[in-house]
Write a protein that binds this ligand. Structure first.
Ligand SMILES: [Fe+2]
Length: 148
């Protein structure tokens, strides 16, 4: 998909993924959780770039995956509580993502660097695309719920 609105920062902090206001869904809890996931993905980048070793890389990968799963559950519960019309499609997207992550986890056991680097790229690109395409759609529904 072309024209995604994320950018790869160069220079200063060597941070490869940065929060942008266009990622806001308008739901404070989920924006905070997305921030945190982006930070964790950034830690994966740093661990790989600085060759911090497989133990550290594995630890940050695990943290990113675990936190993302908790976040998915939170989103699904909130969407379900307001009978969000696209809940099922959204759940399918989350499930597809988990399956992809499992493939990388398997690859990590045979080819560590390729698996971990692939996982990093996948998480980064998937997350930004998912926020912009799927998560932004629930914003108005969940905001309405809070107001009523
Ligand atoms: Fe989502």
């Amino acid at each position: 998909m072309g024209g995604l609105v994320y950018h790869i920062a160069q220079g200063e902090r060597m941070s490869v993924i940065k929060w942008r206001d266009s990622y806001n869904t308008g739901v404070a809890q989920f924006d905070q959780e997305h921030h945190k996931i982006i930070e964790l993905i950034d830690s994966m980048y740093v661990a790989l770039r600085d060759k911090l070793g497989s133990e550290v890389v594995e630890k940050v990968c695990r943290e990113a995956i675990t936190y993302t799963e908790v976040h998915f559950t939170n989103e699904e519960q909130a969407m379900s509580s307001i009978s969000y019309p696209e809940l099922e499609e959204h759940k399918v997207e989350h499930l597809r993502m988990k399956k992809e992550v499992e493939k990388f986890q398997t690859l990590i056991t045979t080819n560590f660097t390729e698996g971990a680097t692939g996982l990093y790229h996948f998480l980064r690109d998937w997350l930004i695309n998912h926020i912009l395409v799927c998560d932004k759609k629930y914003g108005p529904y969940l905001q309405e719920m809070k107001e009523s």
